[in-house]
Ligand binder design. Structure first.
Ligand code: SAH
Length: 403
């Protein structure tokens, strides 16, 4: 890659980047070499004129630079890729290879942004349909090349772009939802021996919460013959798995009409019986269930993120505590909760503590049985904390003191 324009960093600013964190903040840049357009590819250099990598910049964003490759080398020899296309092809091939061992599904996240050295790009495959999400201007400019490579390597029948993240605004990008190849309609995917309808155009995210795949499978060890409550069920991923693994009954709750309807359809698709789906606000429903003295053996709690920024953290923790408190009131002795947080700024320890604090308030005790994380196709790098967001805990109620 010759003749790329140059971004020069201030002294020592490369230390964090060379450890593997690919962002360059606006205040870390000393100089940008020449006339350029936002979103273009650049070589990044430290203050001693050594290359530290290549990536794109957008001065509209506080995260001005995002590196697609990090490598400390004298400037003249930074030619390990002949072209940007070769670089993208290499990163995409490596990302695909990383997922090679995932055999329990045909719905896979093949590219997960920074975690696959492709900042700003997410690609999910639902059977033969690829769904592409782009969140940065730099990636948007590389879109045609990316689509070409994805088309060659994953051979999708349909390609759909669903770039609707609110972070696009910070990059000066409009939202885009459009068919790039073929057509778009709901598809049926397979996961852990079950089938699910996925509507990439209509659903949340790109259509399905792929990140919970391995955690749904974990239900197998806990639900046989048990009465299960699936809170925030979306399209019934956990609920269907619970029935499939032998639960005596399942009640699934979500406030979205479409999600509740789809949960019913997914149960039917898999010939599962003894379930009920309630369209309601979880907090209200928990109150009514408590009033009706309903009890469950296994409760799954998978809410949307309660806490996004630092300022929301306190409120977020309060939200988790309330939820745990209300849910735990319905848990039978020796019962199990599967509790999750997809808030990046809530730690595993904080999630577990929240559940334990709520239990203590009810004079219960919880014992940690297992910890859970985002599925293997959502890899995370310890150098990039932003790539790690989903954490969960299996907790067992071990003691109940009557008040
Ligand atoms: N467990 C699901 C994913 C849950 S996503 C799965 O495995 O697929 C979070 C869900 O919470 C969404 O479907 C959303 O509609 C629902 N939701 C958000 N706030 C809610 C509330 N207050 N009450 C009920 N459902 C809610």
């Amino acid at each position: 890659m010759k003749n790329l324009p140059i971004v020069m960093l201030k002294p020592k600013e490369e230390d964090r980047i060379l450890k593997g964190h690919p962002w360059v903040y606006d205040n870390e840049i000393a100089e940008i070499s020449e006339e350029y357009e936002n979103g273009e590819m650049f070589v990044f250099k430290n203050s001693e004129n050594m290359c530290i990598g290549v990536g794109y910049i957008n001065e509209k964003s506080v995260i001005t630079g995002r590196l697609l490759d990090i490598l400390k080398t004298p400037a003249e020899v930074y030619e390990n890729y002949h072209s940007v296309e070769a670089l993208l092809e290499d990163k995409i091939s490596k990302a695909i290879l990383k997922r090679e061992k995932i055999k329990n599904t045909d719905a896979i996240r093949y590219i997960y942004s920074e975690a696959d050295s492709l900042a700003g790009l997410v690609v999910d495959m639902y059977g033969k349909t690829a769904v592409i999400q782009i969140t940065t201007l730099g990636m948007d400019k590389l879109k045609d090349t990316i689509v070409k490579i994805i088309d060659e390597k994953l051979k999708p029948k349909n390609i759909y772009e669903k770039s609707i993240s609110s972070s696009r605004e910070k990059e000066g990008l409009e939202k885009i939802e459009k068919v790039i190849k073929g057509s778009i309609k709901p598809v049926i995917i397979n996961e852990n021996g079950l089938q699910f309808y996925v509507d990439p155009a209509g659903g949340s995210k790109t259509g399905f919460y792929l990140d919970q795949r391995d955690n749904r499978e974990k239900l197998k060890d806990y639900v046989k013959g048990r009465n299960v409550l699936d809170l925030f069920c979306y399209t019934g991923g956990f609920a269907a798995h619970a029935m499939h693994y032998g639960a005596a009954s399942v009640k699934a709750v979500d406030s979205s009409v479409e999600a509740a309807e789809m949960t019913g359809k997914n149960m039917e698709l898999n010939n599962l019986k003894d379930y009920c789906v309630v369209r309601a606000d979880v907090f209200d429903e928990l109150k009514s269930m408590h009033a009706a003295a309903e009890k469950y053996d296994v409760i799954i709690i998978d809410p949307p993120p309660f806490s996004r920024g630092k300022t929301e953290k306190k409120g977020g923790l309060k939200g988790y505590f309330d939820l745990h408190l209300k849910a735990l009131r319905l848990l039978n002795k020796d019962g199990i909760i599967f509790t999750f947080s997809c808030s990046q700024n809530i730690s595993m320890a904080e999630l577990i503590q929240s559940a334990k604090d709520a239990a203590r308030k009810l004079h219960h005790k919880l014992e940690l049985k297992a910890q859970m994380f985002q599925a293997r196709d959502h890899p995370y790098s310890t150098q990039i904390p932003e790539t790690f967001y989903l954490k969960g805990a299996v907790l067992k109620k071990t003691q109940e003191n009557k008040e």
